[in-house]
Design a protein around this ligand. Structure first.
Ligand SMILES: Nc1ncnc2c1ncn2[C@@H]1O[C@H](COP(=O)(O)OP(=O)(O)O)[C@@H](O)[C@H]1O
Ligand code: SF4
Ligand SMILES: [Mg+2]
Length: 333
C-alpha cells in the first residue's frame, strides 16, 4: 500500500558563517491516512526543520535540502516544479504552528482570514465564504461563532486562537496535517482540550497527523507511532505502547523517566544530564554518548545504525528500531 507520507533519508543543512550544521541527518518517517505519528525530542533536535522541509517552507539560504525523498502518495515533492508543489501543499497538506498570534494576520478579522481560504481556493462568493467561516468556527467549538467572526486575532484567548489556526488548517480538508508544538504555549487544561479537538478532527476526516512535541506526556493518548529525534536523527521509532512499556534507547528512557507521574509524588524527578549538542559540533560516535548512563568505549567511536528491534513476542515489529549499540540491554532493563 502506498503511504500517505513517506519521508526517506531526508537531509537538510544550514550553511552559516560559523559553519555547516547538519540539522537533519538522514531522517526517515511516515504516516498513513487516519493515523498519528508523534515526533519527539528536545529543543534543537531537528523536528521543525524536518517538518518545514516536508512542507517545502524552509528558507533557502541558509537551509538546503541535500538529499532524500518526500513521497506524498508516492510522488516525490522534492522533484516537483515549485508550482506543482504549491498546488499540492495548498490543498492536501496543512501546518499548525505553536504561535497562532504570529501565524495569523493581525490586521484582518478571523472571519476574513477563514473566508479567504474559500474564496481563493474554492472560488466561493464572499457571502458563502463568510457562512462557511462561521460553520468552521462552530466546528472547532468557538463559542458564539456568529458574533465573533468579525473579531481580530488579538481579541481571542491563546486557546481560542489555536482553535482558529486549526480551523484554517482543516478548511480545505487536507489529507495531512503537521502540527508543530500546537499546545506548547497553552495552559495545561487548555492543552488537553486543543489536543482532543485535533484528535477528533483527525478521526473525522481520516487525516494523517504528524504531531511534533517535546512533551512525552502529551502524546500517550493520541499517537499511534512515535519517532524520537536527537541531534538531527531518529534514534528510536516504535508503536506508542511499545515505546512506553519497553523503550529500546537510553535517551527515550531518560525522556520517559523525566515525566512527572502521580504515583511518584514526592520523589525527585529524573533529568537527563547535560544539554543537547550544537549541530556544528556533534560528538563522534553515538551523538548521545556524553549524556548517556550506558555509554561504553565503542559509543565514543562508532555511530550506531538504526537496529531493527523485535517486539515482546520476539518477532521483528515493523517500524521498531533503535540507534543504540546496546538496545538489547536497554530493553531488558
Ligand atoms: N535559521 C537557522 N540558521 C542556522 N541553523 C538553524 C536555523 N534554524 C535551525 N537551525 C539548526 O537546526 C537545528 C534544528 O532546529 P529545529 O528543527 O528548529 O529544532 P526543534 O524543532 O527540534 O526544536 C537547530 O539546532 C539549529 O542547529
Ligand atoms: S550507543 Fe552507547 S552512548 Fe549511544 S545510546 Fe547506546 S549506550 Fe548510550
Ligand atoms: Mg521546533
Amino acid at each position: 500500500m502506498t503511504r500517505l507520507l513517506d519521508v526517506r533519508d531526508l537531509r537538510v543543512e544550514f550553511r552559516t558563517r560559523d559553519g555547516v550544521a547538519e540539522a537533519v541527518g538522514g531522517v526517515s518517517y511516515g504516516v498513513d491516512a487516519g493515523r498519528t505519528l508523534a515526533v519527539l525530542g528536545e529543543s534543537g533536535s531537528g523536528k521543525s526543520v524536518t517538518a518545514q522541509a516536508v512542507m517545502g517552507i524552509l528558507d533557502s539560504p541558509p537551509a538546503f535540502v541535500t538529499g532524500g525523498q518526500v513521497l506524498f502518495r508516492g510522488r516525490d515533492l522534492l522533484t516537483m516544479s515549485p508550482r506543482e508543489r504549491r498546488s499540492v501543499r495548498g490543498a492536501a497538506m496543512a501546518m499548525i504552528f505553536q504561535d497562532a498570534l504570529s501565524a495569523l494576520n493581525p490586521v484582518l478579522t478571523v472571519g476574513a482570514q477563514l473566508a479567504e481560504m474559500y474564496e481563493v481556493h474554492r472560488g466561493m462568493s464572499r457571502k458563502d465564504a463568510r457562512a462557511r467561516a462561521v460553520e468552521l468556527m462552530d466546528r472547532v467549538r468557538i463559542p458564539a461563532a456568529k458574533a465573533r467572526v468579525n473579531d481580530y486575532p488579538h481579541q481571542f484567548s491563546g486557546g481560542m486562537r489555536q482553535r482558529i489556526m486549526i480551523a484554517m488548517a482543516i478548511a480545505l480538508e487536507p489529507e495531512l496535517i503537521i502540527a508543530d508544538e500546537p499546545t506548547t504555549a497553552l495552559d495545561v487544561t487548555v492543552q488537553a482540550q486543543v489536543m482532543d479537538l485535533l484528535d477528533e478532527l483527525r478521526r473525522e476526516y481520516a487525516m494523517g497527523l504528524i504531531l511534533i512535541t517535546h512533551d512525552l506526556g502529551v502524546v500517550a493518548d493520541v499517537a499511534d507511532e512515535i519517532a524520537v529525534m536527537y541531534a538531527g536523527r531518529i534514534v528510536e521509532t516504535a508503536p506508542v505502547r511499545e515505546l512506553y512499556r519497553r523503550p529500546a534507547h537510553p535517551y527515550t528512557r531518560g525522556l520517559l523517566d523525566s515525566i512527572p507521574r502521580v504515583d511518584h509524588k514526592g520523589k525527585e524527578l529524573y533529568a537527563i544530564k547535560g544539554l543537547p549538542p550544537s549541530l556544528l559540533t556533534v560528538p563522534t560516535g553515538c551523538p548521545f554518548h556524553p549524556r548517556c548512563p550506558r555509554a561504553q568505549d565503542i559509543c565514543r567511536t562508532e555511530r550506531p545504525p538504526l537496529y531493527e528491534v523485535p517486539d515482546a513476542t520476539d518477532t521483528v515489529a515493523p517500524g521498531r528500531a533503535s540507534a543504540c549499540h546496546f538496545w538489547k540491554d536497554e530493553l531488558d532493563a
